[in-house]
Design a protein around this ligand. Structure first.
Ligand code: XMP
Length: 327
């Protein structure tokens, strides 16, 4: 069993060889811990839970059950990719839960940012626990805890259990194979496990997802406008070779309408804000200054392909005074 302290002599995993050695070691350790037991994992599609899933599939195959909860606040194409990669390509036992209506109904009319976060987090535990109750003889819960989570937990900054708050009736033993790794090492292991690059090098994405990029009370039409504009932004950043270079980039569609013209008629529609930032530790953040041609292209594509948006703005505010997200 691993301790929660990274040994001083542990080499930084930064080559495919070191990643392969780590994978072999973890396969042995996971098999020794789990034996013929069953393991449950909440698979969000983020890099940490994806790497844990891929490791466990290699180590124990169908003894692992992954649950992917689609709360309706994921980016375009993400739930489909989780199903494709894990169920179809890696042969995982994957339960896909379409909880979109359930989350959006609970969030309807709720505009306070912290209440929105609480509803999303609480509902997630609820849905995951319901799935866990349907399964029998699950003894273990796997989690994508990484070393910074443990360090922050020790420092009292945040609780380290990703699925912390599971109801007390569950008495799972934890399986946390990447808990001594830093993020760059998790990516290196993910690459060696053959996960797709857009999963391994995925930019940070908040737990409450697009919910915080749809400030105020979430409506389905505005959420769709965020999702579509975000997909266009990601595609254009890929094409411009910026996707691996800029730390985080996304669109926000606030609850605000402005006057526009479409087909010679007056419209009253949403505006879209582009935010692209660089940082080392997210405590201080600088804006990425985009080339004028790219801004022009984004304005054209977003206003053409997302008819509910008639105006595009670029946010060049550093942190502080602004935070990265809008709420
Ligand atoms: P802020 O807006 O606080 O964001 O400057 C700093 C980083 O944290 C991410 N973020 C979150 N991540 N749950 C998360 O898992 C959240 O509620 C949340 N809020 C912000 C944000 O995307 C940025 O990378």
């Amino acid at each position: 069993m691993q301790t929660d302290v990274r040994p001083a002599e542990m080499a930084r995993i930064n080559t495919p060889e070191l990643a392969k050695a780590f994978i072999e070691e973890q396969i042995r350790d996971i098999r020794a811990q789990v034996k013929d037991g069953k393991v449950l994992l909440a698979l969000s599609g983020g890099v940490d839970s994806s790497v844990v899933a891929a490791l466990l599939i290699k180590a124990i195959g169908k003894q692992l059950t992954c649950v992917h909860v689609n709360h309706g606040l994921l980016r375009k194409g993400e739930p489909e990719q989780v199903v494709k990669v894990f169920r179809e390509e890696l042969g995982a036992n994957l339960i896909y839960v379409d909880a979109v209506d359930r989350f959006l109904d609970k969030l309807a009319g709720v505009s306070d940012p912290e209440t929105k976060r609480k509803i999303i987090g609480g509902e997630f535990i609820e849905v995951f626990a319901e799935e866990a109750r349907k399964l029998e003889n699950i003894r273990f819960l796997a989690q994508g805890t990484i070393y910074p989570d443990i360090l922050e937990s020790v420092a009292g900054i945040k609780a380290h259990h990703n699925v912390g708050g599971m109801p007390e009736e569950f008495d799972f033993e934890l399986v946390e194979p990447v808990k001594l790794l830093y993020k760059d090492e998790v990516r290196c292991v993910g690459k060696a496990l053959g996960l797709p690059d857009n999963m391994v090098y995925r930019q940070p994405f908040p737990g409450p997802g697009l919910g915080v990029r749809c400030p105020g009370a979430i409506t389905r039409d505005r959420l769709e406008a965020v999702r579509e504009s975000d997909a266009i932004l990601r595609e254009e950043f890929d094409n411009a070779g910026l996707s691996g270079k800029v730390w985080q980039y996304f669109t926000v569609v606030p609850d605000f309408k402005s006057t526009g013209i479409r087909d010679g008629k007056r419209t009253f529609s949403w505006l879209c804000i582009i935010r692209a930032i660089n940082t080392v530790d997210v405590v201080e953040v600088t804006p990425e200054h985009l080339p004028a041609w790219l801004i022009d292209r984004l304005v054209k594509r977003i206003t053409t392909e997302v008819p509910s948006i008639s105006r595009v703005l670029v946010d060049y505010t550093p942190k502080p005074p602004a935070t990265v997200e809008y709420e």
